[in-house]
Design a protein. Structure first.
Lengths: 375, 308
């Protein structure tokens, strides 16, 4: 069993605090993804788990053992680096077996493990090649193979796909997910790509400035973000935010008026602990797919700018009368046209409310739907 | 009816000059020409001249006298020549400490600490200083009366022998002086090499359980192959052509005990007016270096092919 537990883990480089107290648990066999903007400390946190970076304070448990001061090679972790970090003077087989040779494991077992890993990754025909004779995708596989042969309790990935081209990235993404099911080990994966996070993770950890913003399953984060940052970070294109004012509060519901569409009140359920008063400035968040561009209704009028038609769907980048940027999603067959004015139809059920500090006030659409289903 | 097939009219050849047609051959030749002319005049011609001179007896002025292989005959019977050759071998072997020491210092200096750039430049300093100055400084170090080493060991009750005046120690004293700038040079080569080592690779090796010596031998040194190659090449050539330190520190003495081929050649040519004899020493030195340079070039070509 190899669950990972971080308790109040901190890291400072001199006077600069990079990780400011993180509590986190990854269960055995879980695929945990750290996401966040660059400089949020996600890579540092990963390096602290594998031992390349010391822990200033706090506790790190791997499989119930305190690993805070254990040597990197003895923590039972294996890391796949962004640059692959293969040894250029060694063949693929030598690259993969280096760690085992350092650990003085019998040669027969080394060969068996290398062969098995090569089979899983379909690189058996490359074993005698040098890294420079291979493509990026192949090198990536070797880097993963080097991690597999060590049979670690925990796999750590530091933005492993960011050096690959778009098509290969999708392919490797699927393959990594398959690998996770096959091996069943705990994996921690760092990325700034929220598509990778959404598609691969059992659990996403959103980090910002060395602090955890929210931990949850991809869908939880998508439908029930704890704050405006998570709401904006998860999802592509990002969630639309519009300034609004609370007009009416009643029995756990708040009615707000979006600036520029004052006659259309949006009513959303509030979280039990949310405090909203009349006249409070709030922010309404709604995802592009929940905004429909129609003509002639009295919702939010927007002016259509650039339209990106992706074939399966289209995104229109619009501006409201009050100058707020709004992205609409629409069917690809009849997207809004550049330069026209359309009405963005707001679906109350999918609106989120945030206070001026970014804290979520509203109960999420997903939660509402669950309640509906229960009733 | 049979003439109905129409052939396309071949396009009229465009007017081209001889140069435009052979640009790819001529341009490189034009670029090489100046360097080749200089190299021929100042390197190849003197080499040929020296070799031919080694078959003559000549005082530097006056008529030359053809003596065939007589100079070489004399040379091989000359004990000073053999002494100088053996000393050159000492130089060669001991000078190979320079890459080793350079690597050790480079590994030590290859860290990000405040002020490390200043420390690095201080370590590089001896390479910038003229060999003449290095020679003078070390001569003073070794001075048994007021030198630094004597002053350092005096409180311990030890007395420094006169190193440069000793037949047994003079060569080694000079070699140690020569090692100082040579080590600095190798250190710079290794520092540059270390700069290009991917730090993630070192981290990967650490995770693979390689530490200290095993990390150095298995991961770091193979990355420094190019630097090692150049360091050894430059060091060996430096050892074979060692001259200025010998000239400034001992002038080959005492009793030729610290003589080397390059200085013996200079001595014969400039002070004894035995131009032919000096040319024959130069030719021997040239042949020794040739063997080495051919090996060097073959390695270089092989490496270049390998990297493609």
């Amino acid at each position: 069993m190899a669950e990972i537990k971080l308790s109040n883990v901190r890291k400072s480089f001199g006077p600069v605090d990079v990780i400011k107290g993180i509590d986190l648990q990854a269960d055995h066999g879980e695929f945990v993804v750290f996401v966040g903007p660059s400089g949020c400390g996600k890579s540092t946190l990963l390096r602290m788990i594998c031992g390349l970076e010391g822990i200033s304070s706090g506790q790190l448990l791997i499989g119930g053992e305190d690993m805070s001061s254990v040597e990197a090679s003895d923590r039972g972790t294996a890391m796949v680096f962004q640059s692959y970090a293969l040894y250029p003077h060694m063949t693929v087989a030598q690259n993969m077996s280096f760690g085992l040779r350092m650990a003085k494991i019998p040669k027969i077992e080394i060969d068996a493990r290398v062969n098995k890993a090569a089979e899983i990754l379909q690189i058996k025909h490359l074993l005698e090649r040098k890294p420079k004779e291979m493509s990026g995708g192949q090198r990536q596989r070797v880097a993963i193979g080097r991690a597999i042969v060590r049979e670690p309790k925990v796999f750590l990935f530091d933005e492993p796909l960011s050096n690959l081209d778009a098509e290969l990235r999708v392919q490797m993404r699927v393959e990594l997910s398959r690998l996770h099911h096959e091996i069943g080990a705990t994996m921690i994966y760092v990325t700034h790509d929220q598509v990778e996070a959404m598609t691969m993770a059992d659990k996403i950890v959103v980090l910002r400035d060395g602090l955890v913003e929210q931990i949850g399953s991809p869908l939880e984060l998508y439908t029930r973000p704890d704050n405006k940052f998570v709401a904006g970070f998860i999802g592509s294109p990002h969630m639309n935010f519009m300034d609004a004012e609370a007009v009416h509060i009643d029995d756990g519901f708040a009615s707000v008026a979006v600036i520029g569409a004052a006659d259309r009140l949006i009513t959303v359920p509030l979280r039990p602990d949310a405090l909203v008063h009349k006249g409070q400035k709030v922010s309404v968040g709604i995802r592009p797919e929940h905004l429909l561009g129609t003509v002639g209704r009295s919702d939010l009028e927007v002016h259509v700018g650039v339209v990106e038609n992706l074939g399966g769907m289209a995104y229109a980048y619009c501006t409201s009368k009050s100058g707020q940027e709004v992205i609409l999603k629409s069917e690809s067959e009849a997207p809004p046209r550049f330069g026209t004015t359309v009405t963005a139809e707001l679906n109350d059920n999918y609106c989120h409310l945030f206070d001026s500090e970014g804290k979520t006030l509203s109960e999420s659409a997903g939660a509402v739907r669950r309640q509906d289903a229960a009733a | 009816m049979t003439d109905m097939t129409s052939y396309p009219v071949p396009p009229k050849p465009r007017h081209t000059t001889f140069y435009s047609r052979n640009k790819l051959v001529i341009t490189p030749l034009l670029f090489i020409a100046p360097a080749f002319a200089m190299f021929s005049l100042f390197v190849i011609y003197p080499i040929i001249q020296s070799i031919s001179l080694s078959f003559y007896e000549w005082q530097g002025i006056g008529p030359k006298k053809w003596v065939g292989f007589n100079n070489y005959d004399l040379l091989f019977k000359d004990p000073v020549f053999w002494k100088a050759l053996v000393n050159n071998i000492y130089w060669l072997v001991l000078f190979l400490l320079a890459p080793v020491l350079g690597l050790i210092i480079a590994l030590f200096l290859n860290q990000k600490v405040f002020g490390i750039r200043l420390v690095k430049s201080l370590f590089f300093f001896p390479f910038v200083v003229s060999q003449i100055v290095v020679g003078l400084v070390f001569t003073w170090f070794y001075d048994p009366a007021f030198g630094l080493i004597a002053a350092l060991i005096e409180p311990l009750g030890l007395k420094l022998p006169s190193i440069l005046a000793s037949e047994d120690w003079a060569t080694f004293g000079v070699i140690i002086a020569g090692l100082w700038p040579q080590t600095a040079y190798c250190m710079i080569l290794y520092l540059t090499g270390l700069n290009s080592v991917n730090p993630e690779m070192i981290e990967a090796a650490r995770l693979d359980g390689a530490r200290g010596w095993r990390l150095l031998v298995n991961i770091v040194l193979p990355q420094l192959r190019a630097a090692t190659f150049i360091a050894i090449v430059v060091t060996v050539i430096g050892a074979l052509r060692s001259f200025d330190l010998v000239a400034i520190m001992t002038e080959g003495g005492p009793y030729n005990s610290s003589n080397v081929l390059a200085f013996y050649m200079y001595d014969n040519a400039i002070f004894r007016y035995r131009m032919g004899y000096a040319a024959s020493i130069a030719t021997i030195l040239f042949l020794i270096m040739d063997v080495y340079i051919v090996w060097f070039l073959m390695r270089l070509l092989k490496n270049e092919k390998g990297s493609r």
